[in-house]
Design a binder for this molecule. Structure first.
Ligand SMILES: NC(=O)c1ccc[n+]([C@@H]2O[C@H](COP(=O)([O-])OP(=O)(O)OC[C@H]3O[C@@H](n4cnc5c(N)ncnc54)[C@H](O)[C@@H]3O)[C@@H](O)[C@H]2O)c1
Length: 407
C-alpha cells in the first residue's frame, strides 16, 4: 500500500456513465491518483484506462489484488454496492461509495459495521451534502440567522430521456426502486437540514399507464417535533423540461433552492435590527459562507442581499407560537452561476466528497456523508417503498435497529 506521504491510489469499480464522471471529477485532487479501473465490460474499462493511462481490469477482485489501490470508488448499479464496499473494507481499503450505500437497510448496516471493524474511511457520494448552497443554509441555521426548518419540500420533475424501458433503473432488484436509487439524496439532505432522523413515512407510487414501470413516487416523512418533509420524484420528463424546487420553511423566513444540483438559492426573511445588520454583512463573507473543502470556486459566485427597512409593522408578530418584532424584510440570493454552472457544481461536489475522504484519512474525524448517513437514507427509502406497497404509514426504524442486527 502507498506510503504515508504519497498520494493515495484510487481504483474505480464500475466504468459506466457515472463512474467516468466521478473519475474525471476526482482525478486532479491533490493526494489522490487513479491507478486502475475495473468493469466486466472491457470496452468501458478500456476507454477510461486509456484516458488515465492505468490498467483496465475485469472486476473488484483484480482491483483488490493490486497493492497500489488504497481507495476503491464503487460506481456499479446499486444492488452490487454493499458486497463490493464490504469486500474492499475487509481488504483494508477506504471506500468512496456511490449512492445508495446499499439496496437494503440491512445491507447498508453491514457495510457501516464493516467500516467500523476495519477502521477504514467510507464516504457515500451524497453530492447535495457537498453543495455550497446547502452548506450555506446549514451555516445560517447554526448561526441562528435562519431558524431550523420545520418543513422540507422537494419537487423533482426529472428526466427519463436516457432511461429506456430495459434500463436497470426501473428494476427494483438492481436499483432498489426510485426512493432507494434517487430518493436517498433528498432523504439525507432533509435529515441534515431538519437536524433529525425521520420517525414515520406515508408514500405513494404511480405506474406509467399501461406498464408495470413505477415512474412517480411521493413520500411524506415525519421528523421529530412535527417537522415534515415531502418528497416527489417523477421520472417522466424531457431533459429540457427538468425542474426541481427545494423549499424550506423556517417560520419567519423561507428558502427556495433551484436545481437538482442546486445552483441558486433565494431566501426571504422578516427580521429585527440585529438580523438586518447580520444579513447585510452576508455578501462580505460570501467566500466563507459558501466554502466546502475541495470545491473550487469559479469566481462567478454571488451573494446579494437587499434589506427593506420597516417593510412591516413594528408591532410584535406571532409565528410558530413565538412573538417577535420583525419589521425589516430581507431578500438574499446565493447564486453559483445559474443553470449553466450545473455541470461544474456537480463535478466539484463529487470532488469535495473525495476531498472529505482524504481529510478523514489524514486527520481523523467523521466524513460529512458517512456510513450512518448512508444507512439512515436507505432505511427511510426502504420504509417509504414499503409504505407505498402497503398503502400504510410505516414507522422508520432508527439506524441502531439495523446496527444491532436481528434479535
Ligand atoms: N451521486 C450521483 O449524483 C449519481 C448520479 C448518477 C448515478 N449515480 C450512481 O452511480 C452508480 C452507477 O450508475 P451509472 O449511471 O454509471 O450506471 P451504468 O449502468 O452507466 O454503469 C454501471 C457500470 O457498472 C459496471 N458493473 C456492473 N457490475 C460490476 C462489477 N461487479 N464490477 C465492476 N463493474 C461492474 C457495468 O458494466 C457498468 O459499466 C449507481 O449507483 C448510480 O446510482 C450517482
Amino acid at each position: 500500500m502507498t506510503s504515508a506521504t504519497a498520494p493515495l491510489g484510487l481504483g474505480l469499480a464500475g466504468c459506466g456513465g457515472f463512474g467516468a464522471f466521478l473519475l474525471d471529477a476526482v482525478a486532479g485532487l491533490p493526494g489522490l491518483r487513479p491507478v486502475a479501473v475495473a468493469d466486466p465490460d472491457p470496452r468501458r474499462a478500456g476507454a477510461l484506462a486509456k484516458r488515465y493511462a492505468v490498467p483496465a481490469l475485469a472486476g473488484l477482485d483484480e482491483l483488490l489484488a493490486r497493492e497500489e489501490v488504497d481507495v476503491v470508488a464503487v460506481a456499479t448499479p446499486p444492488a452490487a454496492h454493499a458486497a463490493m464496499a464490504t469486500a474492499a473494507l475487509r481488504a483494508g481499503r477506504h471506500v468512496l461509495c456511490e449512492k445508495p450505500l446499499a439496496a437494503t437497510a440491512a445491507e447498508a448496516a453491514g457495510v457501516a459495521l464493516e467500516a467500523g471493524r476495519a477502521g477504514r474511511t467510507l464516504v457515500v457520494d451524497h453530492v447535495l451534502r457537498y453543495n455550497p448552497l446547502l452548506r450555506a443554509v446549514e451555516r445560517l441555521t447554526a448561526e441562528g440567522l435562519l431558524a431550523r426548518p420545520r418543513r422540507f419540500l422537494f419537487e423533482n420533475d426529472a428526466s427519463d430521456e436516457d432511461l429506456g424501458p430495459d434500463h436497470w433503473f426501473w428494476d427494483r432488484a438492481h436499483s432498489g426502486g426510485i426512493f432507494v436509487e434517487h430518493g436517498v439524496h433528498f432523504f439525507d439532505a432533509a435529515r441534515a437540514l431538519l437536524g433529525s432522523d425521520p420517525v414515520s413515512v406515508r408514500a405513494t407510487a404511480v405506474r406509467r399507464p399501461g406498464t408495470e414501470i413505477v415512474d412517480t413516487v411521493s413520500a411524506d416523512v415525519v421528523h421529530p417535533d412535527g417537522a415534515l418533509a415531502s418528497h416527489l420524484h417523477s421520472f417522466t420528463h424531457a431533459h429540457r423540461c427538468e425542474r426541481q424546487l427545494m423549499r424550506l420553511d423556517h417560520g419567519f423566513a423561507e428558502t427556495r433552492i433551484e436545481g437538482w444540483i442546486p445552483v441558486r438559492a433565494e431566501i426571504s426573511a422578516w427580521t429585527d435590527e440585529e438580523g438586518a445588520r447580520a444579513w447585510g454583512e452576508l455578501p462580505g463573507r460570501a467566500g466563507t459562507l459558501l466554502h466546502v473543502e475541495g470545491f473550487r470556486p469559479h469566481g462567478g459566485e454571488r451573494v446579494r442581499v437587499t434589506v427593506e427597512r420597516d417593510a412591516g409593522s413594528t408591532a410584535p408578530a406571532r409565528g410558530r407560537g413565538q412573538w417577535r418584532t420583525v419589521p425589516h424584510r430581507v431578500r438574499a440570493v446565493l447564486d453559483l452561476g445559474g443553470e449553466a454552472r450545473k455541470p461544474y457544481v456537480y463535478r466539484e461536489s463529487v470532488r469535495s466528497a473525495a476531498a472529505d475522504l482524504l481529510r478523514v484519512v489524514r486527520d481523523g474525524g467523521t466524513p460529512v456523508a458517512d456510513a450512518l448517513a448512508g444507512l439512515t437514507a436507505v432505511a427511510v427509502a426502504e420504509t417509504a417503498t414499503r409504505a407505498a406497497d402497503t398503502g400504510l404509514a410505516q414507522h422508520v426504524p432508527g439506524p441502531d435497529a439495523y446496527l444491532r442486527g436481528p434479535a
